[in-house]
Design a protein around this ligand. Structure first.
Ligand SMILES: Cc1cc2nc3c(=O)[nH]c(=O)nc-3n(C[C@H](O)[C@H](O)[C@H](O)COP(=O)(O)OP(=O)(O)OC[C@H]3O[C@@H](n4cnc5c(N)ncnc54)[C@H](O)[C@@H]3O)c2cc1C
Length: 361
């Protein structure tokens, strides 16, 4: 029986980043994911510039830039009545880009593997027990053993569910996403469009495809789908990926020999496009802490340091995300922001600058 130092459930950005940093630190690490990569994921596909320093530490910057992607120059906010305000995004090498999650996540998972992590794809975790070490059971009857467990399995985390830590699902919104043909003259911009029933996010992901997201409630999502069909001349049988919930209470990140990272710990409003950054960074922080604890450093001080840096990661950002959530849950309020910004753009510029960690023209 092989005893891994760290078992990570979920091979998205959080799990792969954590596994890569664990492997670099010499820990025997395991990633288990139910999907076969490359796989798509409901996402706006936008990489916040804050991701670049972490990608540098993973030595992945050039490889990410080699993937088909779009450099994003501006973000256009469109009110319900069609009024529009455009804010420029920072330019230069470390600008915001959009890249398909199938490509980005596959690259990260491969990097973790290359650094020494063991990867088990098409393996769904269904059971957990702990008697000192963790025993992890899968749908296909395999068992794995590890000293430390990391839940990196997304917003509907099975690990949190099996540990009785997953908050009760609320009646929540739903998101749809598809890659559709890129409309002519769309430009290298993100469009965030308030609609009476919710909102839509749009960004080109390469020279021929647009990422289209729709966010609404279960009763209104079909109206949004009809809007998208008219707006983008979509075929009647257009396929959509879907995900819910868009919001839920957070799960405490650090427990005894158990961490939650990325969406498994905290789901943020996708409107601001920061989830991948939190996933990558929380993966890195959990790996550092796992290394310290498994090497025999003082557990309490390692956990204190983890708590400090984890809070720091969200500092100055979460309130904007909450503001964005209020604006999208009440699209009339979001539209009011856009109208106000037509007269004075400074507030919208300041908020956008905070999200992309830059000072904007
Ligand atoms: C509509 C929408 C738009 C978004 N747009 C953006 C954006 O533009 N930019 C941005 O930064 N963020 C965006 N986000 C957020 C972003 O998608 C997430 O924050 C990010 O994917 C979190 O990464 P993760 O690794 O924590 O989880 P995930 O990417 O969800 O990965 C979790 C992995 O766990 C695996 N898994 C789940 N259960 C099990 C199980 N039982 N056994 C084994 N494996 C399992 C899954 O297969 C998956 O691969 C958006 C989200 C939504 C909903």
């Amino acid at each position: 029986m092989q005893l891994f130092d760290v078992a990570i459930v979920g091979g998205g950005p959080a799990g792969s980043s954590c596994a890569a940093f664990c492997a670099t630190a010499g820990l025997q690490s395991l990633i288990i994911d139910r999907e076969k990569f490359p796989r798509e994921k409901v996402c706006g596909d936008c990489l916040n510039p804050s991701c670049w320093p972490i990608l540098k530490r993973l030595e992945l910057v050039e490889k990410v830039r080699d993937l088909p992607h779009s450099k994003l120059c501006s973000v256009a906010f469109i009110a319900i009545d069609g009024r529009e305000v455009t804010i420029d995004l920072p330019s230069g090498a470390d600008c915001e880009i959009s890249v398909k999650r199938s490509l980005f996540d596959d690259l990260l998972l491969k990097r973790a593997c290359e650094l020494g992590a063991n990867v088990h794809e098409q393996t769904t975790v269904t059971g957990l027990s702990r008697n000192g070490d963790w025993k992890i059971e899968t749908a296909s009857g395999q068992t794995f053993h590890a000293r430390m467990l990391i839940g990196a399995d997304g917003r509907n985390s099975t690990v949190a569910h099996l540990c009785n830590l997953l908050p009760r699902p609320a009646r929540e919104r739903v998101a749809l996403q598809a890659h559709i043909p890129l409309p002519r003259d769309f430009g290298n911009r993100i469009v965030l469009q308030f609609l009476p029933e919710g909102y839509s996010g749009q960004a080109p992901v390469n020279e021929s495809q647009l990422n289209l997201c729709l966010v609404g409630t279960p009763p209104t999502i079909s109206t949004l789908r009809r809007w998208a069909k008219r707006e983008f001349q979509l075929p009647a049988d257009q396929g959509w990926r879907t995900i819910t919930p868009l919001t839920r209470s957070s799960v405490s990140s650090a427990h005894e020999n158990l961490f939650f990272i990325g969406d498994a710990a905290r789901v943020v409003e996708p409107f601001t496009g920061e989830g991948i950054y939190y996933a990558l960074r929380s993966g890195e922080l959990a790996a550092k802490t796992a290394e310290k604890i498994l090497r025999g450093d003082d557990r309490n001080s390692a956990l204190r340091e983890f708590a400090r840096t984890y809070v720091q990661m969200y500092r100055g950002r979460l309130w904007i995300n909450r503001l964005a959530r209020a604006a999208v849950v009440h699209p009339q309020l979001g539209s009011f922001f856009v109208h106000t910004a037509q007269i004075n753009r400074s507030i919208l510029k300041l908020l956008t600058a905070k999200i992309v960690s830059a000072s904007l023209r």
